[in-house]
Design a protein around this ligand. Structure first.
Ligand code: SF4
Length: 202
């Protein structure tokens, strides 16, 4: 599998915030993504860069970093676009590691995850997935009606709205205001920041 970077840190977003994890960042993303221009991982988007690792190598590196029953985060880029994605998950699982998948939801993921985070990069009708433990939407000014659609038609245990970062900073005040508005409408969204950025950790 072509890898953009490997590192050990804490999960900085969503429900698993604070959990130590080994991050496997896949190289390449072919998603027609509405926020591609402000994607916070621009170096992982092309398919030419990165380094090739076998699924066994990745699982062994993860195990060395986090120990038995630790967490691995498969992220990108778009990890689900990789042929070896299922094998990486299988090798991690064989070593009794917990698996968090971060995906755009534009492809159906069948690999057995422990926790799947869908950060949708299309309207709810365009998604290939319809269930995850958490739906984490980057807020770029979507209307309450659009966000209601996700809430009512995508099945998740947790719904998050996350500020979008660009060159001029983040829209956290607008995001917070929309979270309050959605809750007023009975839509139980929560706010998540990218806490690792605020803390200054990788
Ligand atoms: S889908 Fe994710 S990795 Fe791909 S461009 Fe969008 S934000 Fe970046």
């Amino acid at each position: 599998m072509r890898i953009s970077e490997l590192f050990h840190s804490i999960q900085g977003e969503g429900h698993l915030t604070g959990k130590p994890m080994f991050f496997i960042r896949a190289q390449g993303c072919a998603v027609k993504c509405p926020i591609r221009e402000v994607c916070d991982q621009p170096e992982s988007l092309g398919f030419k860069g990165g380094t090739e690792y076998s699924p066994v190598e990745l699982a062994e590196l993860a195990l060395q970093a986090v120990g038995p029953r630790g967490w691995v985060c498969l992220t990108g880029g778009e990890p689900a676009e990789h042929e070896d994605f299922d094998r990486v998950v299988a090798e991690c699982r064989r070593r009794d590691l917990h698996i968090n998948i971060q995906t755009s939801g534009m492809r159906r993921v069948n690999a057995p995850w422990d926790w799947c985070t869908v950060s949708p990069k299309g309207l709810v009708d365009e998604l290939a997935m319809d269930f995850a433990q958490e739906l984490k939407i980057v807020y770029t000014g979507q209307s309450a009606e659009v966000l209601r659609d996700y809430y009512e038609r995508f099945s998740a245990w947790n719904y998050y709205l996350q500020p979008c970062w660009s060159g001029s900073g983040s829209n956290q005040q607008e995001t917070l205001a929309m979270v309050y508005e959605l809750n007023r409408l009975g839509l139980r969204f929560e706010f998540t920041a990218q806490w690792h950025k605020l803390l200054g950790v990788h």
